[in-house]
Ligand binder design. Structure first.
Ligand SMILES: [Fe+2]
Ligand SMILES: [Fe+2]
Length: 197
């Protein structure tokens, strides 16, 4: 049931993104990364509160992992904002999406954190797919392979003349990692469960 829900939500959001952005991957990345930064922050905050309530250790690694995910997604946004500037409508969409998604994700997390993580696991798989398509477009010359932003070169310690293709590969590897971590949490494999048996 929870897997079905997570998959359906993924299909639903994928459909909206495909309809709205089609193949404008730069814009798609900017808007979706603003949403991607939400779940890690919510999950990190919830775990932090849980640790306080239970007055127990063991939550630290997961809290840091989730907050690191949120930070990592925020950096993705900062890289792509240099590649594509959102239009006026997209900026409004970001405001709306942040509010709606934050409320939705927080409620889902409270009802079933496993379903919430499963959904993000699937979202991240879609992100990997989208970045793979974006990469193919840049490699085929359909989109210009511009130099990677300085901020990204520093963050990923890439070579000085790194290009957009190099950036997309790094970001895609991050999304792959997020997918693995979220599916793991959805399976109930967290640092505190391991520690407390
Ligand atoms: Fe991302
Ligand atoms: Fe991600």
């Amino acid at each position: 049931m929870s897997n079905w829900f997570a998959k359906s939500m993924t299909k639903f959001f994928r459909f909206i993104a495909d309809t709205f952005f089609a193949r404008r991957y730069g814009h798609r990345a900017v808007v979706l990364e603003t949403v991607a930064g939400v779940p890690g922050m919510v999950a990190g905050m919830m775990l932090h509160f849980k640790s306080l309530r239970k007055m127990k250790t063991g939550y630290g690694p997961d809290i840091r992992e989730m907050l690191a995910e949120a930070e990592n997604e925020r950096m993705h946004l900062m890289f792509f904002i240099e590649i594509a500037q959102p239009n006026f409508f997209e900026r409004w969409l970001v405001l709306f999406a942040q509010f709606v998604f934050m409320v939705f994700y927080t409620l889902l997390y409270l009802i079933s954190y496993k379903t919430a993580h499963r959904m993000i696991g699937y979202f991240e798989e879609e992100a990997v797919r989208s970045y793979t398509d974006y990469l193919a477009m840049v490699e085929s010359g359909e989109v210009e392979n511009v130099p990677a932003p300085q901020l990204a070169i520093k963050y990923y310690k890439m070579k000085k003349n790194a290009k957009l293709t190099d950036l997309i590969k790094c970001v895609r590897a991050d999304e792959e990692h997020h997918s693995v971590v979220n599916h793991k949490y959805a399976d109930g494999d967290t640092s505190y469960t391991r520690k407390n048996g």
